[in-house]
Design a protein around this ligand. Structure first.
Ligand SMILES: C[S@@+](CC[C@H](N)C(=O)[O-])C[C@H]1O[C@@H](n2cnc3c(N)ncnc32)[C@H](O)[C@@H]1O
Length: 303
């Protein structure tokens, strides 16, 4: 494994937007900053081994952060170009950059990743229905996960996935052309179409109904592209799924969220059940109302 850079070097300079340059929350493995990722990232001095970015999709959602999520197409693309360039600049040689978005946007954003000096590896289709049928269009049924690297990947572990079976009868779904007995019992090689990622829809379990990703997705991304001790950057914290996966898997992490960070902090503390279920509305609306009377970030450092 390559030698890791010193993890104590990152200190955002913008006091106004990052709470005096201090993280709003820290664990042994990671630090969370509240602020605009463009400002926070410009002051980071570490080189992440993995960037995972799940930005707002510009669909007019309320993320509770006071920002517009319905920019003109050109404005949205220019903004994405800026944070992509910033993340790509920081990325360590051999590092991996994953960008989750709608196909409509990723078809453009891949160009920016290339212009930022990264190499295309995959367009991963994540088979999740996310929209009602649209008149005059095919039914949208996958999200796009772009996977680029800065040069030759330093880490690439291809996980095996269980041989798919019918959930009713337990039998195989495919016949493998009569070669079933020759399949590796450890499972199938992972392809670039992922049909086994569950949507996070159920309101009793989700922290931000419109935007929380499945932990399974983040575990897989980190398993493919990182080793324990590597540094993972996610500039769009949301409910903190990336940071939870990094903690579980012994990866260091760096996080940024411009909106309410309490859902992330409570989740990292294992206290997210304290969120009022009825406040888990569209993309974090009302997420500041908690059963606990004080802000989670006050005096509750966990370790
Ligand atoms: C789609 S969500 C991320 C969800 C996350 N992947 C999860 O699983 O919970 C995008 C997040 O980015 C945040 N955001 C938007 N603009 C930002 C910016 N300029 N800097 C930092 N965070 C930003 C939003 O407030 C929102 O929480």
């Amino acid at each position: 494994m390559a030698k890791k850079p010193d993890s104590t070097e990152s200190r955002p300079a913008s006091a106004a937007k990052t709470g005096g340059g201090k993280p709003v929350f820290e664990t042994k493995l990671g630090r969370l900053y509240r602020g605009d990722c463009l400002e926070v990232l410009s002051a980071v001095r570490e080189s992440p081994d993995v960037v995972f970015a799940d930005p707002p999709f510009n669909l007019g959602k309320d993320y509770g952060n006071g920002l517009s999520d319905s920019l003109k197409c050109e404005q949205y693309l220019r903004w994405c170009e800026r944070w992509i360039a910033e993340c790509a600049r920081l990325l360590a040689p051999g590092g991996a950059f994953f960008l989750f978005n709608l196909p409509r946007w990723n078809v453009e954003l891949g160009h920016y990743l290339g212009c930022a000096g990264l190499q295309f590896r995959h367009w991963i289709a994540i088979d999740i229905k996310y929209s009602l049928p649209i008149p005059g269009r095919l039914y949208p049924s996958h999200y796009s996960l772009l996977y680029y690297t800065k040069g030759k990947p330093r880490v690439f572990d291809r996980p095996r996935v269980p041989i798919p079976t019918c959930r009713h009868c337990g039998g195989d779904i495919k016949d493998y052309g009569g070669h079933r007995s020759k399949l590796n019992p450890a499972g199938l090689n992972l392809s670039d179409v992922w049909g086994d990622i569950p949507p996070v829809r159920h309101n009793s379990t989700k922290r931000r109904s419109a935007n929380e990703l499945s932990l399974k997705l983040l575990r897989r991304v980190l398993a493919i592209s990182s080793n324990p001790g590597d540094l993972v950057l996610d500039p769009f914290g949301g409910s903190g799924t990336t940071y939870i996966a990094a903690e579980e898997m012994g990866r260091r992490w760096l996080g940024v969220e411009i909106g309410d960070c309490d859902p992330i902090i409570l989740r990292l503390q294992g206290k997210d059940a304290q969120l009022e279920p009825k406040n888990k509305g569209d993309a974090g609306k009302g997420m500041t109302r908690l059963r606990v009377p004080r802000r989670a970030s006050e005096g509750l450092l966990p370790f």
